[in-house]
Design a protein around this ligand. Structure first.
Ligand SMILES: [Zn+2]
Length: 169
């Protein structure tokens, strides 16, 4: 689904422009992919018929839903005839409207989920690496009680220099 926002900006951090015909750009957000596209509004610079030009541009883009402040009387019937849903009376940051429009900001959701997952994974790995039991020297009977995280066979006995081995409690 393609949702268009009327704006004078070029990103989802910009604000919804109240008048459809006079906004500089349309910000088109595709749900699913979250792709954002900026399309200039040809009506912005024209002397008259701005609303109609804006409507025709939106229809040509195949927009399913329009989020804006207001739609003029000339543009409204065109949008309705094209089967486009117009949500008027809207304002504020475009990004704040994306969840309601079925579109998620392209930066937030997926990466946040991924980094949370990898964070859990890291914690799990740390816990798995922690040695159980203690290291024991078969030669002299010395044993360690530290959790250095190193395998016992890599340690030399501090008392006699022999290789240590893992013992479990
Ligand atoms: Zn020893």
């Amino acid at each position: 689904m393609k949702t268009a926002f009327s704006t004078n900006g070029t990103s989802i951090q910009d604000y919804i422009e109240p008048a459809l015909g006079r906004c500089k750009n349309f910000l088109v957000v595709e749900s699913g992919s979250g792709a954002v596209r900026v399309v200039p509004n040809p009506g912005a610079a024209s002397a008259g018929g701005a609303g109609v030009q804006a409507a025709e541009t939106l229809i040509r883009l195949g927009i399913d839903k329009l989020v804006t402040g207001s739609v003029g009387p000339n543009a409204r019937p065109l949008l309705e005839a094209a089967g486009m849903v117009s949500v008027t009376g809207q304002s504020g940051k475009i990004s704040a409207h994306l969840p309601a429009a079925g579109c998620l900001p392209e930066t937030d959701d997926p990466r946040a989920t991924v980094s949370m997952r990898s964070g859990e994974k890291t914690l799990g790995t740390d816990a798995g690496r922690k040695p159980a039991g203690y290291c024991f020297c078969r030669h002299c009977g010395h044993q360690t009680d530290d959790d250095s995280g190193l395998p016992c066979f890599k340690l030399k006995c501090p008392a006699c220099g022999f290789s240590m081995e893992r013992r479990f409690n």
